[in-house]
Design a protein around this ligand. Structure first.
Ligand code: NI
Length: 194
């Protein structure tokens, strides 16, 4: 197994439509998937698509850690898994803004419109079919990774570029805002006691 080099935005491999995997059980596909799992954990990230490691094939690996799940029974937890030749169906017209980052766009985050509920299909390394209906974080990760297979990076989905920034600055701003709110609440409580 090996940690692979991740392509960054600007590399043409991230902009092309990837080709279907002809034989999901082929030894070179198994090796690629094992290396992608290791690369995802090393990064660390919650998803990685084959074109991000310079292989333009329709497969990605991902995981849904328990701590990242939202309060939704369809936001299914998921240990490291691969989806080969996937298909997605959006189960709602509605789109919600989800904060996401990308290992190919390091250091940045943005709020991206995503379908809150999807069905996805694909196969695993044994060629066994996978089909799930998911919501929340799980649905967001799968849409992000699926987009990579069509050469789409999240900035190409964005509508409000004010909701785009460096992770470090966004955290700092969120902390400052939480602090200001706590102070305002403390002042209100003091006021009502007087
Ligand atoms: Ni990405």
């Amino acid at each position: 197994m090996a940690v692979l080099k991740i392509a960054r935005m600007g590399h043409p491999v991230l902009l092309r439509r990837c080709d279907p995997v002809a034989d999901p059980g082929a030894p070179e596909i198994r090796r690629l998937v094992a290396d992608m799992m290791e690369t995802m954990e090393d990064a660390p990230g919650v998803g990685l698509a084959a074109p991000q490691v310079h292989v333009p094939l329709r497969l990605f690996v991902f995981r849904v850690p328990g701590a990242r799940r939202e309060d939704d029974p369809e936001d299914l937890p998921q240990s490291n898994t691969v989806l080969i030749n996937p298909e997605i169906a959006f189960l709602t017209e509605e789109r919600v803004l989800r904060w996401e980052g990308c290992l190919s766009i390091p250091g940045l985050r943005a709020a991206v419109p995503r379908a809150p509920r999807i069905r996805y299909r694909g196969v695993d390394l044994e060629g066994n079919p996978i089909e799930r209906v998911v919501s929340g974080f799980h649905a967001g990760v799968v849409q992000h990774e699926y987009d990579h297979l069509d050469g789409i990076l999240y900035p190409m989905r964005m509508q409000d570029f004010r909701l785009f920034g460096f992770t470090e600055e966004l955290h700092r701003a969120a902390e400052a805002q939480a602090q200001a709110q706590a102070q305002a609440q403390a002042q209100r409580q003091t006021g009502s006691d007087a």
